[in-house]
Ligand binder design. Structure first.
Ligand code: GAL
Length: 738
């Protein structure tokens, strides 16, 4: 058993209790950034007091205001001290200078709910945020401001970024929400993980990062700024860690505390892939290891993932659900045993808070993969973390004359250095299972239908002898762009074996030949490009070709992501008599968006009413069809999902609220799935997957508050390829302990 003292860093920041009280009354100027939240190498000080903070990410626009108090309460009940959120620029500034802070985007309301629950807040302004959010949160219009390149030393970008950052800071200041003003915002973030890609930006990289830091500091918010994954963050800005494990992370200065901004307790989903899960034992292990190794703030990204309503999902291909396998599920119900296991962990860590923060740390090693950190403070407090990093074997260790059996890949927490209050691998919380209980639509008025035309409706937006970029054309005002052309087949030309070959930068396309849906093609979460080859039946004479190209959420991260295009790049017909017909530079007529979108068919206030046709039974398996039906509000107060398993791909709304993109795309039965998940060993998102051969997302969350109390609700669906809308049902989400 080797015994040695931890790094010299400890000695610089270990404070005795008397010194702590001195600091409380005479804060040292060298430690102080503001009067209320300061830090040193060991921890944050909030109102002069050293603190360990357990924080939970909940993104306000990924649920609805009615759910916010419940989510915040469930986090508090789960032992959380702070709520962390990004700020979503493109939701707040849909067009230049036009601000929106209502409904799901009411940031101040969300902040006050957190404050009133007695929790702190960590505000990650970004304003680039990634987050699987459309365009990483940056407004698409900014890409079209001449001369703009995002996230580099570029004047237009910096100007807009500074303007928006100021706007948010001023808003928070007006409401006196920063801790320095007596509020509850203890930390603010500028940029997001820029350090990981700074080099790719060449000469513009570092100056931009340094500018972002000093621009942030100049906002004078009185609480510290953080920059995650920013290895070269300057003095006075704390660089923090994002990863599945951050126990080995050290900030870039001994004067900065160890902060973990993103511990991913699950992962996001992409349409066509299986569903990831992270076992609670491993999450608890990672958190315990972090505090064992001197951490001060740890945040779960996400604690409640929620829903990417409407077209807010980033991508491409991020699902509408942003459940994230988080401790609180998409619908706002606690996920057991994850939530309960972490609650017990938080409780155990909090019992160690004083020795952890004020104690001297000693490291003991029991073997190559076993170690303990013991924290003893001057008032006799002692806390120990005994870790076994072996992925296979238990280990019996003797610590202070007592033996302890440490399960593989686990940490035992001893708040008094004697009794194990918690072991990360021993889950005592009951499991819960989720049931989605069918609830047939109670239809109070029958179905109405609107059929989209195949190809150009109204007049084309423009005609060009080339295939244009999809995103540059729609500017994300819609997912849809029609590419249409026609060509002639000579009499006698062989047409039977002809093949239609399309190449696209992404993300998806439906091919219509002479008005009929012929085939669809799409990329996936790892490769957005796709090629589509399909046999076609042509006719002599004129043939009409209409390709409906789609985006499925714009890229949300990566260097220069805003320049990544989408849409068709080549269209050919092969197999004709002695020729391949390359249509790529033909005359193409373009139409942006759908007629139904133009008519606002989804909106209760739209002008589309005259266009709907009523049916007693709606036609089924029809591509490009809008369906409308008036349904009763489901009884009771269970959370509601829309079960779309008999539909194809499209968009849904309830009472004009955007439920989002639905797509019943299945993962491959040959993907790797597990029925049980081995928590031992390093986690990665591919480790524990379920749902092979199933649709990635079958149910689509419809928040309760979107239903009318009077019971008459308008459900509108736009279906692209064909489905059976009579089989759409609601499902009530229930959880049962087992
Ligand atoms: C991080 C990023 C987050 C989120 C996360 C994955 O790299 O900072 O915004 O995208 O990955 O969910």
């Amino acid at each position: 058993m080797a015994k040695r003292s931890t790094s010299s860093k400890n000695s610089t920041y270990i404070l005795s209790l008397p010194l702590f009280f001195l600091l409380l009354f005479f804060p040292s100027p060298s430690l102080s950034i503001s009067s209320n939240v300061t830090y040193d190498g060991r921890s944050l000080f909030i109102s002069g007091r050293r603190r360990l903070i357990i924080s939970a990410s909940i993104h306000y626009p990924r649920s609805v205001p009615d759910m916010w108090p419940g989510l915040v309460e469930a986090a508090k009940e789960g032992g959380v001290d702070a709520i962390e959120t990004y700020v979503f620029w493109n939701g707040h500034e849909p067009s230049p200078g036009n601000y929106y802070f209502e409904d799901r985007f009411d940031l101040v309301k969300f902040a006050k709910i957190i404050r009133d629950a007695g929790l702190y807040m960590i505000l990650r302004i970004g304003p680039f945020v990634a987050a699987e959010w459309n365009y990483g949160g940056v407004p698409v219009w900014l890409h079209y401001v001449p001369g703009t390149t995002f996230r580099t030393n570029d004047e237009p970008f910096k100007n807009h970024m500074e303007r928006f950052t100021k706007y948010i800071v001023e808003m928070m200041k007006r409401e006196r929400l920063f801790a320095s003003q007596g509020g509850h915002i203890i930390l603010a973030q500028i940029e997001n993980e820029y350090g990981d890609i700074e080099k790719v930006y060449g000469d513009g990289g570092k100056p931009y990062a340094m500018w972002a830091a000093s621009m942030a500091l100049s906002q004078d918010i009185g609480v510290p700024w953080i920059m995650c994954q920013q290895y070269d963050a300057p003095d006075n800005v704390i660089n923090t860690c994002n990863s599945f494990y951050c126990d080995q992370f050290t900030p870039n200065s001994p004067n900065k505390p160890k902060i973990w901004t993103e511990n991913w307790p699950g992962w996001f989903q992409t349409f066509g892939a299986t569903n990831p899960h992270r076992p609670p034992e491993d999450i608890a292990f990672s958190v315990a290891r972090f505090f064992q190794k001197g951490g001060t703030v740890q945040n779960y990204y996400m604690y409640h993932g929620g829903t990417n309503f409407g077209r807010t999902a980033g991508g491409p291909f991020i699902t509408t659900s942003y459940d994230y396998d988080a401790p609180i599920d998409e619908y706002g119900l606690v996920r057991q045993p994850k939530w309960g296991h972490l609650k017990e962990l938080h409780n155990a860590i909090k019992q160690c808070e004083t020795p952890l923060l004020f104690g001297n740390s000693t490291l003991i090693t029991f073997g190559p993969l076993q170690e303990a950190n013991i924290y003893t403070d001057h008032s006799g407090g002692c806390a120990a973390f005994l870790a076994n990093m072996d992925e296979e074997k238990d280990k019996l260790v003797v610590f202070q004359n007592k033996s302890y059996s440490l399960p593989p890949w686990s940490v035992s927490i001893l708040p008094d250095c004697k009794n194990v209050a918690f072991n990360t691998a021993k889950v005592k919380t009951q499991n819960s299972i989720v049931e989605m209980i069918d609830e047939k639509l109670q239809i109070s008025e029958g179905w109405s239908i609107f059929k989209e035309k195949v190809g150009i409706w109204g007049n084309p937006n423009f005609v060009k002898n080339e295939l244009v970029d999809h995103i540059n054309t729609t500017k994300d005002s819609t997912d849809y762009l029609w590419y249409t052309t026609s060509f002639y087949i000579k009499g006698g030309e062989k047409i039977k074996q002809s093949l239609f070959v399309v190449e696209s930068k992404g993300h998806a396309a439906h091919v219509f030949v002479n008005g009929k849906l012929q085939a669809s093609g799409y990329g996936n979460g790892t490769e957005m490009k796709f090629n589509l080859t399909t046999p076609v039946t042509l006719k002599p004479g004129r043939n009409d070709l209409a390709l409906l190209s789609m985006t499925v959420g714009l890229p949300n991260a990566g260097p220069f992501y805003e320049w990544v295009g989408a849409g068709l790049t080549s269209v050919k017909i092969s197999g004709l008599t002695s020729r391949t017909l390359d249509l790529s530079s033909h005359s193409w007529a373009y139409k942006i968006g759908l007629e139904g979108e133009h008519l606002s068919l989804f909106s209760p206030y739209g002008n589309g009413d005259l266009n709907w046709k009523t049916y007693s039974q709606p036609p089924i398996n029809q591509p490009l069809t809008w369906y409308k039906v008036i349904v009763e509000t489901p009884k009771g107060d269970d959370r509601i999902g829309l079960d779309m398993q008999h539909m194809g791909k499209g968009l849904a709304w309830l009472n004009g609220y955007p439920v989002g993109r639905y797509w019943l795309r299945k993962s491959s039965p040959n993907d790797k799935c597990t029925t049980t998940c081995n928590y031992r060993g390093k986690f990665s998102p591919d480790k524990c997957r379920t749902g092979c051969g199933q649709p990635t997302q079958r149910w689509y969350h419809v928040p309760r508050s979107w239903f009318h109390p009077t019971g008459k609700n308008t459900l509108v669906i736009f279906e692209e390829t064909g489905g059976d809308p009579t089989k759409i049902i609601f499902a009530r989400r229930q959880t049962k302990n087992i």
